[in-house]
Design a protein around this ligand. Structure first.
Ligand code: NAD
Length: 253
């Protein structure tokens, strides 16, 4: 039997039922990790588990709304019960914001952006870190965005939440670097996922408009973010701590 770099390790993935999260859950499993696929829709995370098992990998699903503390605690406990520990986390669940200039942005839309995109990452790290410490270290990757490193018009809630993810990532990285937990953020550009379909409207014109922001002339694939996350969790990234890794086809260059 061939050995794989993450044999015996366990990865926790949020938003694992689609897009970047599903691609990364599959990528962790291909590297030998046990995967806890979490998301707020049971059917989609169960499908991710099915896809992993069809390739001979090991995975379980946990329904978890990342903005809810009790859900996060329960999903992490389920991971420990199922696999005996936690080594890696990809805190990736997120929601898009309709394009609305700031003064017109409804307060409940703002609150929801912060609740899922920022509070969700905080809650996940808060309850993951004690378990990763027990393993003697590990790695966490949080999903920010191009909107985490520059402003985008009419995206106040989303951009604030994604800038916040980077601040949280850097601070947590400093808190736990000496304990051998490496914490980084990934900042995707325009990636072909259900979120981008909703955002662009999925029409040829909508797709062209978002592709026009990409110097490479195409959208990225979810697998192109997954490969970055796998690298950030690998020994090859042993000196990568507190970084915000932009993977965006040059969109923000
Ligand atoms: P997606 O919509 O396919 O994935 C988001 C996932 O998060 C979904 O599976 C959804 O069920 C889950 N989710 C939403 N709210 C949740 C909640 N409260 N609790 C738990 N899970 C929840 O889109 P995606 O493009 O794969 O997005 C993944 C991440 O990448 C998001 O954080 C998004 O902001 C970020 N991102 C995406 C792009 C892009 O172009 N697609 C660019 C930059 C950043």
């Amino acid at each position: 039997m061939t050995t794989k770099q993450f044999d015996g390790k366990t990865a926790f993935v949020t938003g694992a039922g689609s897009g970047i999260g599903r691609a990364t859950a599959l990528a962790f499993a291909r590297e030998g990790a046990n995967v806890m696929a979490t998301g707020h829709t049971a059917s989609t995370i169960q499908e991710t588990v099915r896809l992993i098992e069809a390739e001979g990998g090991r995975a379980q699903a946990a329904v978890c709304d990342v903005s809810q503390e009790a859900d996060v605690i329960a999903a992490i406990e389920k991971t420990i019960d199922a696999f005996g520990g936690l080594d890696f986390a990809f805190n990736n669940a997120g929601i898009e914001q309709p394009n609305i200039p700031l003064a017109d942005l409804p307060v409940d839309v703002w609150d929801q952006q912060i609740a899922v995109n920022l509070r969700g990452v905080f809650l996940c790290m808060k309850y993951q870190i004690p378990h990763i410490l027990k393993q003697g270290g590990g790695a966490i990757v949080n999903t920010s965005s191009g909107a985490g490193v520059k402003g985008f018009p009419a995206s106040g809630g989303y951009a604030a939440s994604k800038h916040g993810v980077i601040g949280l990532t850097k601070t947590a990285a400093l808190d736990y670097a000496s304990a051998k937990i490496r914490i980084n953020a990934v900042c995707p550009g325009i990636i072909e996922t259900p979120m981008m379909d909703r955002f662009s409207g999925g029409t040829p014109e909508g797709r062209e408009a978002v592709i026009a922001q990409e110097p490479v002339g195409r959208m990225g694939k979810p697998e192109e973010i997954a490969s970055t996350v796998i690298w950030l969790c690998s020994e090859g990234a042993a000196f990568a701590v507190g970084g915000a890794f932009v993977v965006d086809g040059g969109q923000t260059a």
